[in-house]
Design a protein around this ligand. Structure first.
Ligand SMILES: Cc1cc2nc3c(=O)[nH]c(=O)nc-3n(C[C@H](O)[C@H](O)[C@H](O)COP(=O)(O)OP(=O)(O)OC[C@H]3O[C@@H](n4cnc5c(N)ncnc54)[C@H](O)[C@@H]3O)c2cc1C
Length: 538
């Protein structure tokens, strides 16, 4: 039996300091119970008691009861900050998790609510979460043990996390399990003549490119150095070097994974070729990637540009940008970002890279982009790709503290037509979108055949993304544009309607993925990120 004292909340309210002193003298754990006499609820009282005295442990009657997940998140956070490890652990346990069966091999890396490490592991960069248990394995064997535990908890949400920058991905959840491979983050050059680099999934692209910079190399990644290798290198990777060196997945030469049944496998062009095909675009459905071998490209100095333009005619600016981007050489990549027009004017941010250290070339490449509106501000520097990636802040031991849910829609645009420019302006006028971005594709992305990887959309000119504040509002506005698109990029999509899978993968790709899923994950353990259901036969 656990020893402690039971607190009568009504009495405690009458003399809070006296009660805190009494609780301190008694020692042990103060169990807070709900009382019919009214007064403060036990969770509020816990915050109050924790703030008043550091001398007691606090027990609660169960998970925080509030009207909304956001409020629960906030209440937990306040309790953790004030009471932290002094909250009796068993009280914070979430329903449906057999905490007592955590294997000894994972005891050190199992992080439950109430653990001081929990606060930095529960949320991601963009999404607030409150999982019931986070495993942070350091080896493939520990990943296998964590997967065995997850297999015994199929009734719960289950996320896999590397860098925690997933927009679409369910790398956190409420009350479920997370396997976080963020600690597996080594970056090692393993074959210098072949520019081969072995990278852990938890490394960020900032860390990877900092190592490669010493060799005058870089690996095509996303545009933000804080993004993790695991999520990007299993989904696609559309970035500032993709037009010249392909998507991130095009530079992957081998992947090591732990499958749903705990088997450790290696996939490459000569081992498990079908798995290697699937992991490059649909990796989240097939296993936990524990290491990647990537081929770096020679990259020296680059021109890094940030332009701010004011456009009194966004439709015209979009059309001009489309024309300039379409005809740009492969060494040039410029992304287009805007929000709703204000008083008839749009502010357009363009940022991009010219893979050349020559100032004249950089100016020549960027000038046509700068002429698509009224240039209000510009910053162009000759720098290193690693320095562009280094602009992301380091994720320290405190981890991520995202809140709420991102709401995003994605579409691949085969050609930027006049009709698209007109409809895009309508979309922005709808008030449902606060962030509208075109990512410049083309070039080397199309050098890989569409059936060579599970990422099949090789020929669009742009990847288009919109962020909004309401699912219904954004879906309504975005669906009106859908006839312009051919496919979507799962990494920028949050719509969970099942038809999105058909947009992400053309029919032949999806049916091959389903067949492989039946072989590699027949019981559908990896189901939380745009699930390819093995039961579906079509
Ligand atoms: C600020 C920002 C900028 C971005 N810029 C770009 C960009 O320029 N180009 C681009 O292509 N994308 C970009 N993205 C999207 C990003 O690439 C994806 O969200 C990617 O999945 C993030 O990887 P992660 O490891 O950080 O994410 P996590 O949140 O850790 O993981 C996301 C999902 O990937 C899967 N996953 C993660 N780790 C593994 C693993 N080890 N094995 C198998 N599956 C795994 C899981 O299903 C998970 O839900 C950006 C996102 C943000 C937030």
């Amino acid at each position: 039996m656990t020893e402690g004292i039971a607190l009568d909340l009504a009495a405690a309210q009458a003399d809070p300091d006296g009660f805190a002193a009494l609780a301190e003298r008694a020692g042990g754990t103060v169990f807070l119970h709900e009382s019919d006499d009214g007064g403060l609820d036990p969770w509020t009282t816990a915050v109050w008691l924790a703030g008043r005295t550091e001398g007691v442990r606090i027990g609660l009657p169960g998970p925080v009861l509030t009207a909304s997940p956001e409020m629960r998140e906030k209440a937990y956070e306040s309790l953790e900050i004030l009471a932290g490890p002094r909250l009796a652990a068993q009280i914070q346990r979430r329903e449906g998790i057999d905490y007592d069966s955590i294997p000894a091999s994972l005891a050190d890396v199992a992080i439950a609510p109430g653990d001081p490490r929990y606060r930095g592991r529960k949320s991601t960069y963009m999404r607030g979460g409150s999982p019931g248990l986070v495993f942070r394995p350091r080896t493939p064997a520990e990943v296998a043990d964590a997967l065995a535990f997850a297999s015994r908890h199929r009734h719960l949400p289950f996320g896999v996390r590397s860098g925690g920058h997933g927009i679409s991905g369910r790398s956190t959840n409420d009350g479920g399990l997370v396997i976080d491979v963020g600690a597996m983050n080594d970056v090692q050059v393993i074959d210098e003549p072949r520019r081969l680099v072995r990278v852990g999934p938890g490394a960020t692209w900032k860390q990877v490119n900092a190592v490669l910079d010493k060799y005058d190399w870089a690996i095509s990644s996303g545009d933000y150095g804080g993004v993790g290798v695991g999520g990007l290198a299993t989904a696609g990777g559309i970035g500032l070097l993709s037009r010249e060196h392909g998507l991130t997945i095009d530079n992957v030469r081998a992947v090591e994974l732990v499958l749903a049944d705990g088997t450790e496998v290696r996939a490459s062009s000569d081992e498990n070729q079908d798995l290697f095909w699937a992991v490059r675009g649909a990796g989240a459905n097939f296993g936990v990637a524990t290491a990647f071998e990537l081929e770096a490209s020679p990259v020296g100095e680059v021109g890094w540009a940030q332009l701010t333009l004011v456009s009194p005619d966004l439709e015209q600016s979009l059309k001009q940008y489309g024309e300039v981007a379409r005809t740009a050489p492969r060494d040039t990549t410029v992304f287009f970002l805007t929000g709703p027009p204000r008083q008839g004017q749009s502010v357009v941010q363009m940022y991009g890279l010219v893979d050349s250290g020559d100032a004249d070339t950089i100016v020549e490449r960027l000038t046509p982009f700068a002429q698509t509106g009224l240039l209000a501000q510009q910053q162009v520097v000759v720098t290193r790709y690693a320095d562009v990636m280094a602009q992301a802040a380091d994720v320290g031991p405190g981890g991520h503290h995202g809140r709420g849910e991102p709401i995003a829609r994605s579409g691949f645009l085969p050609v930027l037509t006049d009709a698209f420019a007109r409809d895009a302006v309508e979309l922005l006028r709808s008030g449902e979108v606060f962030f509208f971005q075109l990512r410049h594709m083309g070039g080397a992305i199309a050098d890989t055949a569409s059936d060579a990887t599970a990422f099949a959309h090789r020929t669009p000119e742009f990847s288009v993304t919109a962020l909004g504040n309401s699912h219904e509002g954004l879906d309504r506005a975005w669906d009106r544009l859908s006839h312009h698109f051919d496919g979507l990029y799962l990494s920028f999509e949050t719509d969970l309607r099942p038809e999105r899978l058909n947009d992400a993968f053309p029919p032949a790709t999806l049916s091959r993925l389903r067949a492989l899923k039946r072989g590699y994950d027949p019981t559908n353990l990896f189901r939380d990120n745009f699930n390819i259901d093995p039961e579906v036969q079509k």
